[in-house]
Design a protein around this ligand. Sequence first.
Ligand SMILES: Nc1ncnc2c1ncn2[C@@H]1O[C@H](COP(=O)(O)OP(=O)(O)OP(=O)(O)O)[C@@H](O)[C@H]1O
Ligand SMILES: [Mg+2]
Length: 213
Amino acid sequence: MRQKIVGVTNTKGGSGKSTVAIHVAHAAQEDGKDVCVVDADSQGTVKDWANARASDRQTPEVIYEDDPLSLHGTIERLQHELVIVDSPGGLSEMTGEVLGVSDLTLVPVMPSVLDLWGMSEFEEVLKDQMERGLKVALVTTKYNHASKLGEQMADHIEEKYPYYHHFAGGLCSRVVYKRQMARGQTVLEASDEKAKNEVRVLYNAMTDLLYDE
Ligand SMILES: Nc1ncnc2c1ncn2[C@@H]1O[C@H](COP(=O)(O)OP(=O)(O)OP(=O)(O)O)[C@@H](O)[C@H]1O
Ligand SMILES: [Mg+2]
């Protein structure tokens, strides 16, 4: 099977990109996939997470590459069947490079119309890449599951952005994400079943879209 590349992108900082990248990578590993995470953000969040991880825990391989000119070559040399690429916030050269190498991009969006408005410049880049076959899925993140806002956002996204896939379940706002990331772990290693379930649902939606040719 051909290698698949999933970039996690959004020009909006703090939307949950690194959290999504690490969680889908860990879910892939749990699913028996040979997965690697490329940390393409000079902040090095994925690298820091891997460094915080206990050495006796199975960990997806993490490669750090913050030079946009080298990203393509770095990924080309990887043999893994699935590569997840975490990208920086801001509309940088790196974001364009990540989209350029990806089969699918997950775009974490927080439940605020302001965050969607902030995407307009990024949308132009996404649309160009969609023309060459990039699949785009918005992933709702950091929303309060007890509030109606998540649902309202889902309706808004489906009405205004019908040309994107949308994983409305996404990842709720839960302290367990912060806690587990700080320990170099994911929620798949914690006891919160709701959090585990939403990660697996997201991973399954991602693979359905990725392998649907
Ligand atoms: N589902 C969630 N529930 C609770 N907190 C979350 C969740 N997802 C992310 N966070 C928190 O929100 C902050 C930003 O998350 P993260 O670093 O994943 O975003 P990012 O888009 O990668 O940010 P940047 O643009 O700086 O790279 C972090 O403090 C993280 O712990
Ligand atoms: Mg990040």
